[in-house]
Write a protein that binds this ligand. Sequence first.
Ligand code: PLP
Length: 448
Amino acid sequence: QNSPSPEELHAFDREHFLHPWHDMNAWRGYDNMLVEAAQGIYLYDETGRKFIDGPGGMWCVQIGYGQAEMAEAIAAQVLKMPYASPFTNVTQPGAILAKKLADFAPGDLNNVFFTTGGSTAVDTALRAMQFMNNSLGRPEKKMILAREKGYHGSTYLAASVSGKERDVTKFDMESRLVHFLPNVNPYLRPDEMSVAQWCDAKVQDLEEAIAQLGAENIGAFIAEPILSSGGVIVPPEGYHKRTFDICRAHDILYISDEVVTGFGRLGHWFSSQAVFDIEPDIITCAKGLTSGYLPLGACIISDRMMERMTHRGEVLFSNGYTYSGHPVSCAAALKNIEILERDNVLAHVRDIAPYFQERLARLTRYPIIGDARGAGLIGCIEARLSKDGSRLEDERKIGAMIDQACHDRGLIVRPLINMCVFSPPLVISRTQVNDLFDILGQAIETVC
Ligand code: PLP
């Protein structure tokens, strides 16, 4: 039987495949790229055309595509034992991976709850907070502080703490429990304000929210070390440590959402402690944990919190998935970690990131680029929007225009309104970094 032609595949997709974040106005009008193959940092379409994968899948393909060892490890686990219920069984990949993650995580974060991805890891973290406070006999302490432009996932609770306007407009999100702190993006600070003063102001936003809502009503603060999907917002230096200390002083749990920043994206297994000097109560991770070869996430909980979850009363934490700690996903994660360790990928990121950031910063030489920011192997360019809004509609499409110009030259980026973001596979070489930024520069020139 002949396999369907590219045209047929496009038709099946248009007719039947509901893509994430589907634009309902473009209903059945999608004509996304057909990805036929992938190798290293490149994607190939059905004609064999090669593209640098700027977004690294969705911030996840750390070791690059086409790693035969991954295929072998996955196949071996499928043949040996593809599934065992996590409710009652120990499996070799699950147990070893849990131990590994506990070793990588800072301090006493030793308790790993495996999930199906990032959203379910965040959901688990928030449910654990609720459960803990109910166990401690303080059911009112459940509000969640989150941040404008944060993104934590698409399950109901994770979406409820996501602060991107587009996430909430047509849903009835959980709003009783959630309070959003204003945008922390230093690029938005008034001209007369230094970054240090901006940091003071953002810390004060947290203090004021606690004063207004009452610490006795707030269970957790959830924060991405770098707000990734919200436009690669790197909070000002010192912000994380100061907000962490305030949370600790008020007995508010600190949840560090490392779904993007974990597994080497900033040159470390986790960035919370290594980069930002904090030891959260919970770290959530996913994506780079398996380099995207299979779905898997984890919610890593501190001993201190576990003790309080079992403090008294009801101790059944009724939260779990059929596929928690799926043996095949765990085997993929273990092989991914082995490759990251063996090939010194984290050291490579620490080595190449300054050059990546230097090339990124140079893009502000184009007048249209208002800001070029990032950290580790994450970058974002933000086009200026005119203050009077007169050309706003056109300008809001600049991300898509730059994306198209990049695509024409063999580079994929991720457009977000007037921004483009990218987070290439961590194995990217210096020459490939040059290729990426050369193409990006040419694309910006055509749009200017
Ligand atoms: N948390 C963060 C910081 C993310 O960036 C994402 C996804 O982009 C999620 C959570 C949700 O992860 P998933 O899409 O695997 O459910």
